[in-house]
Design a protein. Structure first.
Length: 576
């Protein structure tokens, strides 16, 4: 007897094959039968009519930071609501394990600063009772609604072995050997491999470059070789050039790491903008050189534009523009005084538009900012208005106008920059870039930057765009890009497709409605901390390992997810 039978769905199975009418039966958490619609006649404990609905494999998000959130939110909201059944965590070199008890506070403050996680939520929502990476995985086992796999973060390895010397120091031979052993232990316990960062934007809670930024090539290659000794492992790496364009030395380092491991290496995120046509070929040069050398480098890129709000009052991407952190780090009243100085503003604008600002140049057109939440009577009626229009009415320069608005709110004003790359030429370039064999959709950062952005709904928004918007790719290919492609990159065993014998990770949706609602601020984190949320539209049902976890955008309360461990749940993906 089947546990559940889905009848007459338009099956898009994840392989890219044309959709077909089918019945799909589930038994013991797996897909037991896939047959032409109306041909399955055996008994089932429950049945649903899916006529007019699309049945697809559950989506795999290759880049999240749900490492902490899963402890207070086993449903990985809003990702699961948008059809994601498997999340990959432990990215960018940041994990909660391995962990010495005395380093818990440092780790919380680092995660709060570098990944925008609410400090109160980290303090109140996580028990921090583990040390080894295996203990961390065990703490999550059996308590999540989604499947979750985790890289082990380089910063955590360094801090565990080197203590405070991890910041600014290089390991001794003995310390490096201990780091390698610790990485081996983590992968023995099921870690998916190594994640690391050398990005200039990543600083800890004290404002210092995070631990892995102090690592030299020898250390990175020693850790990479360790990755290659385990089944079903990967590398995820971030360097400064990920934000704009790689330097030659960065390409060489990434290639050497992939080759040393004999494993794929992925990085986040490839920004596509027709105004900077040289960026995509430069970034994908790393992939071409890796293939020639026997490695593989995969660029993650988002299929939607994910707005990220800004503020002159709290740490955000504006602080990362060269020279801006010195002003935006001042006490509020002193900061306002400096921002009101025309000479200071002129210098800030010059730095923001300079070559050294890299991808942050995108933030320098302040006339294209939209005013979000305001807090002063003097700003009443400005929410939703474009700064350029307000500045024209007031006879002001746009940046000066924006500063005055924010000053009236004590710098609490929420600012939404309009993306500069929402033009037909950029979308055409994205469509072309997606054809590359080493480009993968993803990079949501879900679980991080919670009050700044909401990237989790990229799955439903992309499908809606494919079906009723720009229609850049067909439905079958879009589903494959969200499910089977990432499953194949990570070597997921028996996931990513709707075929007999595979785990029953499934999404049932209405193709006429599939979409994502607008991001709205909610206060539902531990400590009443805020985050941006987005409702799923048109998602009828989500199943993880055969058990329904979402029905009509509401979680069911079931927690059938599994901690996916390397080797057992992933197989090695060849680089050639």
């Amino acid at each position: 007897m089947l546990d559940h039978l889905i009848k007459g769905a338009d099956l898009v199975d994840g392989t890219g094959a044309p959709a077909r009418k089918a019945d799909v039966g589930i038994r013991d958490g797996r897909i037991a039968v896939v047959a032409a619609a109306g041909t399955v006649t055996g008994a089932a404990r429950s049945t649903e009519d899916a006529d007019g609905l699309v049945l697809a494999p559950g989506f795999v998000d290759p880049h999240t930071h749900y490492d902490a959130q899963l402890f207070w939110d086993p449903y990985a909201t809003p990702s699961m609501n948008h059809g994601v059944t498997t999340v990959v965590g432990g990215n960018c070199g940041f994990t909660l394990a391995p962990l010495r008890p005395e380093d818990a506070d440092y780790t919380r403050r680092m995660m709060s600063k570098v990944e925008g996680m609410a400090l109160a939520a980290l303090e109140e929502g996580v028990d921090w009772g583990w040390q080894g990476f295996g203990e961390y995985l065990d703490a999550l086992e059996g308590r999540t609604a989604v499947n979750a796999g985790f890289m082990v973060g380089h910063c955590a390895l360094r801090r565990y072995v080197m203590g405070a010397d991890a910041i600014g120091g290089r390991p001794t031979e003995e310390q490096l050997a201990r780091m390698v052993r610790l990485l081996h232990e983590a992968m023995d316990a099921g870690a998916w491999g190594l994640s690391t960062t050398q990005s200039s934007t990543h600083s800890d809670g004290d404002g210092n470059p995070v631990a892995s930024r102090h690592a030299g090539p020898g250390e990175l290659l020693a850790l990479s070789r360790a990755v290659g000794e385990h089944e079903g492992t990967q590398i995820e790496a971030i360097v400064a050039g990920c934000l704009d364009q790689f330097a030659d030395a960065e390409i060489e380092l990434l290639v050497d790491m992939s080759v040393a491991a004999g494993r794929p290496l992925n990085w986040n995120v490839l920004t596509v903008d027709a105004a900077v046509p040289e960026r995509v070929p430069r970034q994908l040069l790393a992939s071409e050189r890796a293939r020639k050398a026997g490695g593989r480098i995969v660029a993650l890129t988002m299929p939607i534009l994910t707005p990220m709000n800004m503020s002159l009052g709290t740490f955000c991407a504006l602080n990362l523009i060269p020279g801006w952190g010195e002003v935006l780090g001042l006490p509020v009243q002193e900061r306002i005084a400096r921002l009101r100085d025309p000479a200071v503003r002129a210098e800030m604008l010059r730095r923001a538009d300079s070559k050294e600002a890299g991808v942050f140049r995108r933030l320098a057109d302040f006339g294209r900012y939209v005013i979000g939440d305001t807090y002063s009577p003097r700003n009443e009626g400005l929410t939703g208005r474009v700064v350029r229009d307000i500045a024209r009415e007031r006879g002001q320069d746009p940046f000066a106008c924006l500063v005055e608005i924010c000053a009236h709110d004590g710098l609490r004003t929420v600012l939404w920059p309009m993306p500069p790359d929402n033009d037909p030429a950029s979308w055409a370039l994205r469509r072309e870039t997606w054809e590359h064999e080493d480009v993968l959709l993803g990079g949501s950062d879900a679980g991080a930057h919670l009050d700044r952005m909401c990237g989790a709904p990229y799955t439903t928004r992309f499908l809606g765009d494919c079906l009723r918007g720009r229609r850049l790719v067909g439905l079958e290919r879009a589903v494959r890009m969200l499910s089977d492609d990432p499953a194949r990159l990570f070597g997921l065993r028996e996931r990513g497709r709707v075929v007999e014998g595979h785990h029953a990770d499934l999404v049932l949706f209405d193709p006429e409605r599939i979409d994502a609602g607008p991001a709205t601020l909610v206060h539902d984190l531990p400590g009443d901390s805020p985050r941006l949320d987005s409702r799923a539209v048109g998602i009828v049902s989500v199943r993880v390992n055969g058990v329904e976890t979402v029905r009509d955008d509401r979680v069911t309360g079931a927690v059938p997810g599994r901690v996916l461990r390397s080797g057992r749940d992933t197989s090695t993906v060849p680089t050639r």
